[in-house]
Design a protein around this ligand. Structure first.
Ligand code: ADP
Ligand code: MG
Length: 729
């Protein structure tokens, strides 16, 4: 009987690209047609209701109930015209996905008919029965109520006949149970802090937003092959599989021609994304075979986060139509590149200025340097929290491997900025500057080119790199909700800018001129944060040694790294900036530990099962073939000839037996280790025990399985091999 592997391979061979009716219309003809955006609001809402949503969205002002009714009516009218039958509050619970609970618009009437109903109350707040989302102990079962509340700053949209309303998700007692709540709060904190600092440079800035442009990496695998790999299905990554003889050595996939079948898929999901107002713009191959990337134009951070979550779910759905499976796991395949999600981050004012972009004159360049150097200081002070915000079990397989930045948080600035900060460090002191010194420094600052993009050396090995007009946080994992790193970045920056504002004003109060006061504080920051700047190869061994000498932390263990969530420093930071409370941080810490432990537990079970019921039986089958063969030889040959000729077979037999017994021993030991640690009640100890005592078996069992894959007859090997998963398309 053909194994699943061979059936799947046959399916793939006969697979034709799905015909996607791609009518080449202008994108502008359909961009945002499924979004209740400003244009549509103007059309469907009274001027008063429109204004209310605008204010609520920009200033975060309260939603008036009466007007909310009007908004609900307008939204409903638009949605029903577009064929929507249901509505849902759409939110980001802490399990890392998005959640929705669909309700029909229609309601039965007393006379036996039905009307389409949707009121302001239903728009503004709901109480989904969402008691099984992780809450990290915040909600006890007897008080499992959680509320979703409308986020007017992210427009409603229609997905598969359902009107989706982006919402926050909080507990009955007001604690955040999602990613959006603290993200919105961190946006406010950053807005206020950055506005104050902007006043040093111009008085007309009344709003600062965080901007985010993410780059989503992913793998595509044929669905049939995926279904023949229980490890991929259950854990999102391959737990075994010998590398293909050729993978990414020739780097011939990167920026190469995209296969027809993949292009059809990309066009299809991009079109859906564009209809939902997600400004996807770039698509290309990535370094590893079957790996790709998709990136939009940057947007306001909250909207960008929603759009990323939405895009991931559209990509999943569309893949099914094309008989693909899309993998968002950070490291689905050992030995080749994993997937990240670079977060390009900056700040933009209501006057249209990008605060991380150099300007036309010394004044705007001083503002630019102020924001760059404050970012440097913020990252230096809170690198542990920044790391904790992106370190997940999946991401550990990628970070520090030879393709992604290590778990050492460093900042790349490029030669221009480095020269500039050198100058500031050297030419400024606490003594008053002479007019000549001042003029010279201003002249230097004026020389920063307006467009750094082309001049910035591109260092791809840095986890946090300045790339001309933004910082690019590259350590984020491909499956992450970008809100997590954004919350941290916004908050550490807000905190830093507040400190800067205070320090500069103190110096001004002592009689020093504003520009000079700014220079003095910047110089102090450069001095104290310099050690986090690294311009060399972040993938090299030398850097790990060098970083240790500089006293930079390099934590690769998840349970260890997550401690940064509950350090006194982080709690103070988050509470001071009104982003997260201690209780909320505790909860997040617990949830992350829990997920970490569960993931290892699942992987350990999956590899144990596969080893025992797929791999060992297959190896024994082949062993028997060899045994028969040897027996036959012994019957036919005399002892001398037999000894000479059966050597290879006997050697192979011994090798196979060795691997089989090692696998069996290790699986038994792993099961025992799980049993032993499962009695631990404390989640910190449990997660640590899984990390130290269970995890190592997964790798070592894999080693023997991968050796067997090389020896055992290909005809009977049950699981699709790397060369098939990665090259068949
Ligand atoms: P690369 O691969 O060279 O890093 P991409 O074009 O793939 O470049 O991605 C760059 C991302 O950075 C895009 O999403 C882009 O919109 C975003 N970006 C550009 N300027 C800003 C900014 N000021 N703030 C945030 N993101 C930005
Ligand atoms: Mg990039």
């Amino acid at each position: 009987m053909a194994t699943l592997r061979f059936k799947a391979l046959e399916d793939v061979v006969h697979r034709k690209p799905v015909q996607f009716n791609y009518v080449e219309t202008k994108t502008s003809d359909y961009f945002g047609i499924n979004v209740f955006n400003r244009n549509k609001m103007q059309q469907y809402l009274s001027a008063e209701a429109f204004e209310m949503v605008e204010q609520a969205s920009i200033k975060g002002t309260r939603v008036d109930r009466k007007l909310a009714n009007q908004v609900a009516l307008g939204m409903k009218a638009w949605a029903i015209e577009k064929g929507a039958t249901h509505y849902t509050h759409w939110f980001h619970p802490l399990n890392g996905s998005t959640a929705e609970k669909h309700d029909a618009f229609f309601e039965p009437t007393e006379d036996g008919g039905a009307i389409e109903n949707f009121s302001g109350t239903l728009l503004v707040q709901q109480e989904p029965d969402a008691s099984s989302f992780p809450s990290g102990g915040i909600r006890n079962t007897f008080e499992a109520r959680g509320y979703t509340a409308w986020d007017p700053s992210s427009p409603a949209f229609i997905l598969d006949n359902t009107l989706c309303i982006p919402t926050i998700f909080v507990s009955y007692t007001g604690e955040a149970l999602d990613f959006k709540t603290p993200l919105l709060k961190s946006n406010v904190a950053l807005d206020i802090a950055a506005q104050s600092v902007c006043q040093f440079f111009s008085k007309d800035i009344t709003k600062v937003i965080a901007t985010l442009g993410w780059e989503q990496e992913y793998f595509l695998i044929d669905e049939a092959l995926f279904n023949a790999r229980p490890d991929l299905m259950l854990t999102g990554r391959t737990l075994m599989g010998h590398s293909a003889s050729k993978d990414q050595q020739l780097e011939d996939h990167y920026f190469g021609a995209i296969p027809e079948r993949v292009t059809a898929y990309m066009k299809d999901f991009e079109k859906e994304a564009l209809k939902l107002g997600i400004p996807v713009k770039t698509r290309h191959n990535e370094v590893a075979p079957n790996q790709f990337e998709c990136a939009p134009v940057f947007e306001e951070a909250n909207l960008a986060v929603d759009h990323n979550m939405l895009l991931m779910s559209i990509m999943n759905k569309t893949a099914r139509k094309h008989n693909f499976k899309v993998l968002f796991h950070e490291k689905p395949f050992a030995g080749i590149n994993g997937s990240g999600k670079h977060n390009n981050w900056s700040m933009q004012t209501n006057t249209g200025v990008n605060l991380l972009s150099p300007g036309k004159n010394p004044k705007s360049n001083l503002r630019f340097l102020t924001f760059v150097i404050n970012t440097l200081k913020a990252v230096h002070e809170h690198s542990d929290l920044l790391r904790a915000s992106i370190l997940t079990y999946g991401n550990t397989h990628r970070l520090g491997a030879n393709e992604a930045p290590p778990a050492i948080v460093s900042v790349f600035l490029g030669s221009h900025i480095n020269k500039m900060i050198d100058k500031i460090e050297k030419s400024v002191s606490d003594k008053s500057m002479t007019p000549d010194e001042k003029a010279a420094l201003k002249l230097d600052i004026g020389k920063i080119p307006e467009i750094l993009l082309d001049n910035t050396d591109r260092n791809r090995t840095s986890p946090f790199a300045f790339t001309g007009n933004r910082f690019e946080f590259r350590a984020v994992g491909s499956s992450a909700n970008c809100a997590s790193p954004m919350i941290t970045l916004n908050t550490i920056m807000a905190n830093q800018l507040n400190e800067f504002y205070k320090e500069v004003n103190e110096i001004i109060d002592s009689g020093v001129k504003k520009d000079e006061a700014i220079f003095r504080v910047l110089r102090k920051y450069i001095k104290s944060s310099r050690k986090v700047v690294f311009e060399g190869n972040g993938y090299s061994k030398e850097w790990i040694e060098e970083a240790a000498k500089r006293g930079l932390s390099n934590v690769t263990s998840v349970p260890e790294s997550l401690k940064a969530f509950i350090s006194k420093k982080s709690i103070d930071l988050m509470e001071r900036n009104h982003v997260l409370s201690k209780r909320e941080l505790d909860a997040r810490y617990e949830i992350r530990l829990n997920v970490f432990q569960k993931k290892i537990q699942i992987e350990s079970r999956v590899i144990g099962d596969l080893a025992i019921n797929h791999i060992i039986p297959t190896a024994i089958k082949y062993q028997n073939v060899l045994v028969e063969n040897v027996r036959g030889m012994r019957d036919l040959l005399n002892t001398g000839e037999f000894n000479r000729q059966a050597g290879l077979q006997l050697e192979t037999l011994k090798e196979i037996s060795g691997h089989i017994s090692s696998i069996k021993e290790k699986v038994d030991a792993m099961v025992l280790a799980r049993k032993n640690v499962n009695v631990i009640e404390d989640i910190i100890d449990l997660a640590t025990a899984y990390n130290n005592e269970v995890l190592p078996y997964i790798e070592s069992i894999r080693y023997h399985i991968d050796r067997l894959e090389l020896i055992v007859d290909d005809e009977i090997w049950p699981l699709p091999k790397y060369r098939e998963l990665l090259f068949v398309s």
